[in-house]
Write a protein that binds this ligand. Structure first.
Ligand code: NAD
Ligand code: TDX
Length: 332
């Protein structure tokens, strides 16, 4: 394997993965990204031209996808519409990119016999009760609840069918909530950090009791590379770092770290259909591939993330006002 195609490489997890690959392998990386509101070329600045190429385009463009896959050894597919709140407002782009885009990529990959890794989410499994001892495993039943998670579930099913029917050489990973640098300010943690920096009180949906299972984005990148190198074709791997926390606790930690009273937040209108709790059992990945998370101290990871947003206002500032005015329109 010498050349990889990374779709969605100008987004949050994609760009972190590209930086990880540059630092940990000799691979050549081509990024294919449409640069939607969520894509940012500044996240990829300074990469060595001899090992990195950026292509501005749509994963639904079959001709472009065909030409790129013809000259690549493996595809790592991140590109997606990724935000639940947007999917509740305007689902169409989710169907186009997450379903038709994935279909377009796997059609080309099967024609060329190209190794394919599909990036997905724990949200395909629906949600868990707060007091349920069970966590999601690779055997859990698919029960997506939002337009976002339904289209991600559909894309997983397409990949599985292409493996079985056409011999596509694919693996799938379903990861829990990521945090770290370069995450769009629409998402929970960067929204609250940049709100506090701007003197706006953090906004918790509902009662703030929903639980998310946090993993540092660099641990996600390491897991993807390990699966690409050592994963078994046709297999699904769940990625998680045992980082379950209620949203309210995360906001209290941020307020404390940023020198504010820990009750200086507001409860706002809940998200319709808001999933209660996600929790990942990543035993298979740890056992079969030998991966382990390195960022196990959440408070330290959060503090580093706060520092990153303080030091990189130029990166997030252009998106902040439009994101907040969009949220205001939704009562959030
Ligand atoms: P993101 O929204 O930050 O980035 C998505 C990227 O895809 C952007 O650069 C955007 O321009 C690009 N894109 C969108 N539509 C495209 C199209 N039609 N053609 C080409 N490029 C297109 O998303 P993210 O948070 O980095 O998520 C990346 C992947 O990881 C997604 O597949 C998501 O479902 C999955 N995932 C995310 C999380 C999380 O916590 N953020 C957790 C598990 C899985
Ligand atoms: O202002 C907010 N207040 C709030 O309480 C925002 C933006 C969110 N929330 C809550 C909703 C969720 O319970 O915080 C939690 C996290 O919200 P998001 O950042 O929107 O993430 P989530 O809906 O959990 O989905 C994320 O993880 C799984 C990613 O956006 C998905 O792409 C990924 O698949």
């Amino acid at each position: 394997m010498q050349r990889i195609l990374v779709t969605g490489g100008a987004g949050f997890i994609g760009c972190n993965f590209v930086h990880y690959i540059m630092g940990h392998t000799p691979l050549h990386v081509t990024v294919l990204d449409k640069l939607t509101y969520a894509g940012n070329l500044n996240s990829l600045s300074g990469l060595p031209a001899e090992r990195f190429e950026f292509v501005h385009g749509d994963i639904c463009d079959a001709t472009l996808v065909e030409s790129l896959i013809a000259r690549t050894d493996a595809v790592v597919h991140f590109a997606a519409e990724s935000h639940n709140d947007n999917s509740l407002k305007e689902p169409r782009p989710f169907v186009d990119t997450n379903l038709v885009g994935t279909f377009t990529l796997i059609e080309a990959a099967r024609r060329h016999g190209t190794r394919f890794h599909h990036i997905s989410t724990d949200e395909v499994y629906g949600d868990l009760a707060l007091d349920e001892p069970r966590r999601f495993t690779e055997e859990s039943v698919y029960r997506p609840t939002s337009p976002y998670s339904a289209t991600k579930a559909g894309s997983d099913m397409l990949v599985r069918a292409w493996v079985r029917s056409f011999g596509l050489r694919a693996t799938i990973s379903n990861c829990s909530n990521n945090y770290g640098p370069y995450q769009h300010v629409e998402k929970f943690i960067p929204r609250q950090i940049t709100n506090i920096l701007d003197g706006i009180r953090p906004r918790l949906y509902g009662q703030g009791s929903n639980v998310r299972d946090w993993i540092h984005v660099e641990d996600h990148s390491a897991a993807i590379l390990a699966i690409l190198e050592h994963g078994e074709i046709g297999e699904t791997y769940l990625i998680g770092a045992d980082g379950e926390l209620p949203n309210r606790i995360v906001v209290e930690k941020l307020l404390l770290q940023m020198g504010q009273p820990t009750d200086a937040y507001d409860l706002v209108t809940d998200r319709p259909g808001h999933d209660l709790r996600y929790a990942i059992d990543s035993s298979k990945l740890r056992r079969d591939i030998g991966w382990q998370p390195r960022f196990v101290d959440f408070d330290a990871g959060l503090a580093a993330t706060v520092s990153w947003y303080k030091d990189n206002e130029d990166w997030w500032r252009p998106q902040k006002a439009v994101t907040e005015s969009d949220y205001a329109g939704q009562g959030h």
